[in-house]
Design a protein around this ligand. Structure first.
Ligand code: ADP
Ligand code: ZN
Length: 296
């Protein structure tokens, strides 16, 4: 079975094809420009691929409420041309297969639960710590939707006692994204995160903010696995620092061996699908859309 996948990002679009085992056969990527132009490139890519279904994991915020007339739209993005643009409706004009549509991070969580680090589990959280911070929530075997969709990148955390930086989020200032996304690291330390040495104090501070957010998420949602991806998480020294912060912060209150020394190394983990997490997530969305169409 050939499944199409689109990872629709604010800076680039990745399109690819794969199968029901999550194997990726090929991928291309192009910069995100005006929606008409970018979506025409998507349609052109899939024209001769004979896909049986398609999954789209999109940057947001997006409308994922199937009963809404605006279902399939990007909603309130500052990105020129994309605000309120009907992405799904536009693609459906030319692509006549079942299409799955969700946030990029919900898709990544689904992909990790289907083939990756949370394989076989009915719950996980997927965090991306990159240009922004996004959180996908997979619980009881499905992506969590609600009023809109989870926006866990913008939760508020305690401040690090040594941090004087004001925060970079245009909406909330010092929310998680405002304090811990790649641009916040660069603004605070005046150098790109990728250029900071691994023993720089920046990483203890970074682990503090991510760890604070994870503590709240664990208490609220009780996920069976937490996956941390995105450019900033290429700094592998963050993993032990974050695990320590979470364990010390919970103080043994949540009674699970997954949160104890040893167990936590397999609980807070990098993406099992590596840099394919996004694309595989979209393949998983496409697979679900196909399965749903067969049940009707
Ligand atoms: P996006 O979030 O735009 O999809 P990424 O996940 O690659 O893309 O995140 C890009 C951000 O991550 C940038 O702010 C960049 O500075 C930061 N980043 C990328 N690689 C690294 C690295 N190795 N170490 C620290 N920060 C990084
Ligand atoms: Zn915010």
């Amino acid at each position: 079975m050939i499944i199409g996948a689109v990872e629709a990002g604010g800076t680039k679009f990745v399109c690819g094809i794969g199968n029901e085992k999550g194997e990726v056969f090929e991928r291309i990527s192009f910069p995100t420009e005006q929606p008409e132009k970018t979506l025409a490139q998507v349609v052109e890519y899939f024209r001769d691929k004979q896909i049986e279904s398609l999954g789209i994991g999109s940057f947001g915020p997006i409308n994922i409420d199937r009963s809404s007339p605006q279902y399939g739209n990007v909603t309130t993005t500052p990105k020129p041309g994309w605000s309120n643009f009907p992405v799904l409706t536009e693609l459906k004009k030319s692509i006549d297969v079942p299409i799955g549509w969700d946030t990029d991070v919900n898709a990544a969580a689904l992909g990790e639960a289907t083939w990756g680090a949370a394989q076989g589990s009915d719950s996980c959280l997927y965090y991306t710590i990159g240009t922004g911070v996004g959180v996908g929530v997979y619980a009881e075997g499905r992506m969590v939707h609600g009023l809109v969709h989870p926006e866990g990148g913008h939760v508020l955390t305690r401040r690090h006692p040594d941090d004087t930086y004001g925060g970079k989020c245009p909406y909330h200032g010092d929310c998680l994204e405002g304090m811990a996304a790649g641009p916040a690291i660069e603004a605070r330390w005046k150098v790109k995160g990728s250029e900071l040495p691994v023993d720089h104090p920046a990483w203890e501070m970074e682990a503090f903010y991510i760890g604070e957010a994870l503590i709240s998420a664990i208490l609220l949602l009780s996920p069976k696995k937490i996956i941390l991806g995105g450019g900033v998480m290429h700094q592998m020294q963050l993993f032990p620092l974050i695990r320590d912060h979470v364990r010390n912060g919970l103080k043994g209150y949540v009674a699970s061996s997954a949160l104890e020394e040893g167990g936590i190394d397999n609980y807070i983990v990098p993406p099992g699908l590596g840099d394919n997490a996004g694309l595989c997530g979209s393949i998983a969305l496409g697979l679900r859309a196909y399965e749903e169409s067969q049940q009707r």
